[in-house]
Design a protein around this ligand. Structure first.
Ligand SMILES: [Zn+2]
Length: 136
């Protein structure tokens, strides 16, 4: 297993602790590990790990941000799922739109503002694609 990392909660500043997801969520069906704020559940911030590793998927997120990241990913993924661009091109396009470094353009690292931008820009591209399709 890869080495675990030292993360801090961006909401309350407490160190995050690596725990089995089944223990944190009190659900034996949950697999893998999560980095959870040491003040959880008072502070509701956590992030999952990449499967089979102890590497965090991104920064710790509270419920509102977790929801927003899911929505941002759903909107963005449609761009490459619908074949508007390849997945790689889509990430370059996104980093260009947001002005972020392509190497650090990961929705799992984004805060609410950037997630909103992802949703907005992705919807524009998808709306354009539909217009082109209906004009043809
Ligand atoms: Zn916290």
């Amino acid at each position: 297993m890869k080495q675990k990392q030292n993360l801090r909660c961006s909401y309350c500043g407490s160190p995050a602790v690596l725990k089995p997801a089944a223990e944190v969520f009190q659900d034996p069906k949950q697999k893998g590990y999560v980095y959870v704020c040491s003040h959880y559940p008072v502070c509701d911030a956590y992030v999952g790990v990449h499967p089979g590793t102890k590497l965090p998927m991104g920064s710790l997120a509270n419920a509102a941000l977790r929801k927003k990241r899911i929505l941002a990913h759903q909107a963005f993924d449609q761009i490459w799922k619908q074949g508007v661009m390849s997945r790689k091109q889509a990430y370059y396009w996104l980093s260009d739109k947001l002005g972020t470094d392509p190497a650090h353009t990961h929705i799992a690292m984004f805060g609410e503002y950037l997630c909103d931008q992802v949703i907005c820009e992705s919807r524009k591209v998808l709306a354009n694609k539909r217009n082109i399709a209906s004009a043809a």
